[in-house]
Design a protein around this ligand. Sequence first.
Ligand code: AMP
Length: 284
Amino acid sequence: MPDTAFPLTRVTTVASLQSAVAGFREDGARIAFVPTMGALHEGHLALVRHAKTRADKVVVSIFVNPLQFAPTEDLDRYPRNEAGDIALLQSVGCDLVYLPTVDVLYPQGFVSRIEMKGPALGLETDFRPQFFSGVATVVMKLFNQVRPDLAVFGEKDFQQLAVVRAMVRDFDLGIDIVGYPTMREADGLALSSRNAYLSPEQRAAAPKLHAALEAIRSVVLAGGDAEVAIATAKADLTAAGFGQIDYIALRDAETLGEVRAGKPRRLLAALWLGKTRLIDNIAV
Ligand code: AMP
């Protein structure tokens, strides 16, 4: 049960974060970490609830990471709701929330970047070239500051999950990376902080993305041609009012490269609806 009797501890500096985590460690606690960019919704809360089942203490960070936004992207208008987020985190029994400023994570003179290949190549990177460098760099920083036993990430950002797993393996970080299934609205739309940007008409059209992925999966599982099914889905989505389709691609679920016979596959998509970019993915 969420322990709402105790106020959620809120820290903003590395020193206060580390002293709170050290307090947990003194009590022998196993520590889970859930990094977020805030504007929390049920998807984030599901990660926190799951983290609670896997650890004694759960640390959540809220940080809108400028390194992962291109200059043309929505850094300035990214939704922020600190008071609401803290109330939600308290309601699900989060133990510590870390709210660093940009200066705390990237003080003057910060010059390092994590650069990755493998699962970071293609898909998102074809459209957001600096994205995974920004993600990996901030996740490495946060991991080193929090030093958790495990960290929970959503499958909603499937390529990101693969990138984080590869980074943890390559740099021997010794953190257990736990993937959690995508939480959806009843109509299939994946929960996302960016859904708040959608107009009522766009919101009504948005679930067609998930439906299109399901339709492609059905064709593929019935032995049909994936590329033909993807082309049909793209035409349907365009007819339904979607804008540019960055990609819809069937990939190997582990490497995110070409599919391999007998290995799990993942169908991943990113596309635009008005000025909002939606991403989604499903297992095939
Ligand atoms: P964000 O705040 O968008 O950076 O997301 C923080 C974490 O929440 C990431 O691990 C995301 O994959 C995860 N997440 C976002 N949306 C969902 C969702 N609909 N279901 C499950 N996890 C999600």
